[in-house]
Design a binder for this molecule. Structure first.
Ligand SMILES: Nc1nc2c(ncn2[C@@H]2O[C@H](COP(=O)(O)OP(=O)(O)OP(=O)(O)O)[C@@H](O)[C@H]2O)c(=O)[nH]1
Ligand SMILES: [Mg+2]
Length: 477
């Protein structure tokens, strides 16, 4: 059966079933809700992860590692209207259609927060099961850019502290010079002038993008990189400028201060209060293979950015966040290296070990405030098959797939990851090495494979069922 048609059938019936099964919002009172946050830096694989997860929870033949699936506890899984009216809905149908088209393609980049509610009707289990009847559990999935977590560092700072600090840090960076020249020339006591503010903000944004490409982790304000519908608005039209005296009314310095405060109050705070603070379970997706491909410095920078991002999960270090959370905490955090279908499975433990090593720097300081954590390598959508090739007396564990660039089928040997992840971390730390010394790690972009799914089968994946079991399996039994 063609998956497009199969999926259509499922979707058509599920949203109808949703209404029939759960009826009104008031019933939600009796129905537990798990809020699952899905984050990661741009391109880490959030959209594909959510699409594949939802599809596989609705078509569970490939989810055997989940206890609730193995024990046949899930009677139905269906999409429902989400509880938050003000959040864009995660566009599951469009993303699924892209991945399951006759000529499948990857979904568009999303770059903003979105939400989807997947509900489960569970069969009664245990000794008293037959007496209790079925029950409903809701999984609210929230997709948000990891970059937004970087803004946490701004919340306890004044404009002055932030501007001073930022200018001192970026002063010598080559990619900041276009901005720095303009910033140095500004008279902070001069009258506020909108074209000047816009020019400063545009140059600062261009600097942030360049810094991000070069792997710098200190790229705040995060929303400058992913503005969504705030693009061009005054809350994103400010920049750090040098100052000597306290600001006076009507000056450009005063306006910059005011907009920085507005950014914190109107952009950062609502995100943390309305979305982040309500998350129960979290998956942080990491594209470690892409960093390895780019070399030692990129791996180091990925580690630093992750440390910054993960500060949000160690609220003890930030008084503002601790007050906001009021003792609430994320119960489980999964760190998942994505796109593991680029590697033969024999190398997956090494990829996982690298993610664990990258995390260790954050973990050593505080263990995520008591949350249970795990790391694994996954592919939300498996685009390759494994193949072992012989060349002379040597054999190579390859993966084969359709290349994204020209549609050709190709077998690909990505290079062998070292057993000790420090061999990936130390070349930059110890020698500032630009390239890998003894090996070469290549990466190829594969297109999603054309699929022939049998009824009940979700999208092919690697360890998505284990990831789901860790993240919310306990709430489905
Ligand atoms: N081979 C393979 N490639 C993947 C997988 N998941 C994601 N990709 C690749 O990574 C790209 C980005 O994936 P997305 O899911 O769009 O990433 P994202 O984190 O939502 O990206 P933004 O929305 O831009 O922040 C895709 O276009 C694919 O090329 C996977 O499981 N296997
Ligand atoms: Mg996305």
């Amino acid at each position: 059966m063609v998956i497009g048609r199969l999926a259509d059938g499922i979707l058509g019936s599920t949203e109808r079933l949703a209404g029939a099964v759960t009826g009104t919002v008031s019933e939600a009172f009796f129905e537990p809700v798990v809020r699952l946050g899905v984050t990661g830096l741009a391109g880490a694989g959030k959209t594909v992860f959510i699409t594949a997860l939802v599809h596989n929870m609705m078509n569970r033949a490939r989810m055997g590692q989940m206890q609730a699936v193995a024990g046949d506890r899930i009677a139905a899984a269906y999409l429902q209207p989400q509880p938050d009216d003000m959040l864009p809905r995660f566009d599951f149908e469009t993303h699924l259609a892209a991945l399951t088209a006759t000529a499948p393609h990857w979904p568009e980049s999303t770059r903003a927060v979105s939400e989807l509610r997947l509900s489960f009707r569970l069969r009664p289990g245990g000794f008293f099961g037959p007496l209790t009847g079925s029950r409903v559990v809701h999984l609210d999935i929230i997709d948000y850019p990891g970059e937004w977590l970087l803004d946490l560092a701004l919340m306890e700072r004044s404009y002055r502290a932030w501007a001073d600090d930022t200018l001192a840090r970026i002063d010598t960076r080559a990619c900041a010079q276009g901005f720095m020249e303009r910033a140095r020339a500004v008279d902070p006591d001069g009258p506020h002038d909108e074209p000047l503010a816009q020019d400063l903000a545009a140059r600062f944004t261009a600097y942030l993008h360049a810094a991000r490409r070069q792997g710098y982790a200190d790229v705040t304000p995060g929303r400058f990189l992913l503005p969504g519908d705030l693009e061009g608005s005054p809350v994103l039209t400010f920049a750090p400028i040098p100052w000597a005296r306290p600001s006076k009314r009507g000056t450009i310095l005063r306006e910059m201060e005011r907009r920085f405060d507005a950014y914190k109050a109107r952009v950062v705070q609502p995100f943390f209060r309305d979305h982040f603070a309500r998350i129960d379970r979290q998956v942080v997706l990491v594209d470690a293979l892409d960093a390895i491909h780019h070399g030692p410095e990129a791996v180091e920078m990925l580690g630093r950015t992750m440390t910054e991002v993960l500060a949000a999960f160690r609220p003890g270090r930030n008084a503002w966040l601790s007050r906001l959370l009021m003792g609430r905490r994320v119960e489980r955090i999964l760190f998942a290296a994505t796109k593991a279908d680029h590697l033969h499975h024999s190398q997956h433990p090494r990829l996982t070990a690298l993610v664990e090593a990258l995390l260790r720097q954050s973990r050593d300081r505080a263990d995520f405030a008591g949350a249970r954590t795990a790391a694994m390598s996954i592919a939300a959508l498996r685009a390759t098959v494994e193949e072992t090739r012989r060349q002379g007396s040597e054999s190579f564990d390859c993966v084969r797939g359709r290349l994204l660039d020209d549609g050709r089928q190709a077998a690909f040997y990505p290079g062998e990851l070292p057993e000790d992840p420090m061999r990936l971390l130390s070349p930059w730390r110890e020698q500032g090495a630009r390239d890998w010394l003894d090996s070469d790690y290549r990466i190829m972009r594969f297109a999603p494979a054309a699929l022939r799914l049998r009824p009940g089968e979700g999208l092919p994946h690697i360890r998505l069922d284990r990831a789901a079991e860790f993240l919310f399996g306990d709430r489905l039994t």
